[in-house]
Design a binder for this molecule. Structure first.
Ligand SMILES: Cc1cc2nc3c(=O)[nH]c(=O)nc-3n(C[C@H](O)[C@H](O)[C@H](O)COP(=O)(O)OP(=O)(O)OC[C@H]3O[C@@H](n4cnc5c(N)ncnc54)[C@H](O)[C@@H]3O)c2cc1C
Length: 505
């Protein structure tokens, strides 16, 4: 007797059964066939995912990398005068092993770093200024913040030590379905830290309010445009971002994703992904449009009726066995539609707006309460109500020698665009002004909901890791994790990738 069950229900049931046995389940496919893999996003996350996938699968995979705009994403430079300057991700920690290894593998040198003077500004005065003599700076720090300075340094070193465990874990082929498990594998305290604000975590460890409200505030404002109310793991990343020996890539950090793409076997598709659909056979259809829109300029402005038709022509769909998404998916950052998935895919949260204003010109130091006789190159703020989060003098990405005579270029990070009137107060002379309006990094909570890398068997999200902390190295760690997850899925073997990856970097 035939039961009258609606088709949609049967399809749903089959899919649920498929998925519930789906750890690495991939039964109806012939595993010897090379998988077709789509990577969506050509920032450091997507390009490093392509690189690691090439390393794991060798020639046995077909890789397509979709990038709607420019390779590098949030690693970006702009020309000012004759030179180029970083306007996105700019500093790298010396303990960021992947970035260090990539730079060395691709023969990329470190850029010359010049020393300058830093002050912590509360809007009325400098609560702290460093000195040309490092021992005087240390004495001044101890005078104001006591032994908390030493304790914060120790805490950071200890955390960096535990953070470094991820490199061994990944080299051994371990992979994690969600961000919480990845953090716990490094150190169970890391996961706990994402459920506490930076301020209350530090208070719990006995740090004084002055330290939290000044030094820690200044680094969270500068690195994430947010206060120490952000969860403590990303707060600790901010503090590590104030260490010494930070570095950047000569010629611009975006050279790393450019090289990673070249070194991988991925084909670059300059297309905007609009939709990902789950297919009955367990594969995925990726729909995209050509971002170059070759004939768009032929249409008279205002007479755009024919454009949708044209878009239809240039839109395209391709099927893939595996999809790696390497771009944020919150509503404010993405329009990718997910269809036919049995579970609704949700990406809560929002990204923080950071406006980067680059000015080549002469500053009026008095407007920032310092003088030409006692100059400052980096102003960090201890007051979140100020109109800027940081104000710093910049060197071009190809600087070789600090004695080079260059026009002053200032980078101002602010939560909103700075009015012209205000810029005219800060600067007595402006040769050029460029504004880059970013949705830069997640807006962090004190008690952070963490995301999943594994969205469904065969589809993985690199940027889940940004909810623990957004930084170049974090994206690479996320990318390595999803490459391993994809490999295990395809091989139908949770042990696939273990120990097989030699340190080839
Ligand atoms: C102002 C600023 C300062 C920063 N400072 C630092 C720092 O000093 N040190 C540090 O380590 N980190 C820093 N960061 C963070 C770091 O830059 C990011 O964490 C990292 O670059 C994110 O890389 P990603 O590849 O994951 O994402 P992205 O770089 O955002 O790349 C995603 C890519 O996907 C593409 N894309 C999006 N949607 C689609 C689609 N539908 N179809 C096709 N392509 C699509 C985008 O065009 C983009 O190129 C900073 C970020 C900003 C914005």
């Amino acid at each position: 007797m035939m039961l009258n069950i609606p088709r949609i229900f049967v399809f749903g049931l089959i899919t649920v059964i498929r998925r519930s046995c789906a750890f690495l389940e991939n039964t109806d496919k012939e595993v010897t066939e090379p998988p077709k893999i789509a990577i969506i996003g050509g920032g450091i996350g997507g390009t490093s995912a392509s690189y690691f996938l090439s390393e794991l699968f060798g020639d046995d995979a077909i890789l397509d990398l979709y990038e709607a705009d420019t390779i590098g994403g949030r690693l970006a430079t702009i020309p000012i005068g004759e030179r180029k300057y970083e306007v996105g991700g700019s500093i790298i920690h010396p303990k960021n092993e992947y970035m260090v290894k990539f730079a060395s593998k691709f023969g990329l040198a470190k850029r010359a770093e010049c020393s300058g003077h830093m002050g912590l500004f509360n809007g009325e005065e400098y609560v702290f200024k460093d000195s040309s003599w490092s021992f005087v700076t240390i004495l001044k720090l101890l005078w104001r913040y006591g032994l908390d300075v030493y304790r914060l340094d120790e805490l950071t070193k200890n955390m960096l030590g535990n953070f470094g465990k991820i490199y061994r874990l990944q080299e051994e082929g371990n992979a994690y379905e969600d961000v919480g498990s990845l953090l716990s594998a490094m150190d169970p305290t890391f996961l706990k830290m994402t459920h506490s604000s930076t301020a209350s975590w530090l208070k719990g460890l006995g740090f004084q309010d002055l330290m939290i409200n000044e030094l820690v505030m200044a680094v969270t404002q500068c690195n994430y445009g947010q206060t120490p109310d952000i969860q403590a793991f990303v707060g600790a990343i901010s503090v590590a971002g104030a260490d010494s020996d930070l570095w950047a890539v000569d010629g611009g950090n975006r050279r790393v994703p450019e090289e990673l793409l070249k070194a991988s076997r991925a084909a670059l598709l300059k297309r905007l992904v609009t939709e990902i659909s789950f297919k009955e056979d367990g594969r995925f259809t990726v729909a995209s449009v050509d971002t170059e829109m070759p004939f768009k300029h032929l249409f008279v402005e205002g007479n755009s009726a024919a454009i949708p038709e044209m878009e239809e022509q240039i839109s395209q769909s391709q099927d893939y066995d595996i999809v790696i998404i390497a771009t944020p998916l919150t509503e404010d950052k993405s329009n990718i539609k997910f269809t036919n998935f049995t579970e609704e895919l949700k990406f809560p949260g929002r990204y923080e707006r950071i406006v980067c204003t680059m000015v080549q010109g002469k500053l009026v130091p008095e407007t920032l309460k310092f003088t030409d006789e006692d100059p400052l190159d980096e102003i960090l703020v201890t007051n979140p109500r100020l109109i800027f989060n940081s104000f710093g003098k910049q060197s071009p990405v190809d600087l070789e020698d600090c004695s080079e005579s260059l026009p002053d270029v200032w980078k101002i990070f602010s939560p909103n665009p700075l009015p012209e009137q205000q810029l005219n107060i800060f600067f007595k002379e402006r040769n050029s002004t460029h504004v880059i309006d970013w949705l830069a990094y997640p807006h962090y909570d004190s008690d952070q909901e963490l995301a999943k890398f594994a969205l469904t068997p065969g589809m993985y999200h690199v940027n889940a890791i940004e909810w623990a902390g957004s930084a170049m190295e974090m994206e690479i760690i996320g990318a390595k994790n999803v490459a391993l997850l994809a490999y295990k899925y395809w091989k139908k073997d949770p042990n696939a990738g273990r120990k097989t990856i030699k340190d080839e970097l």
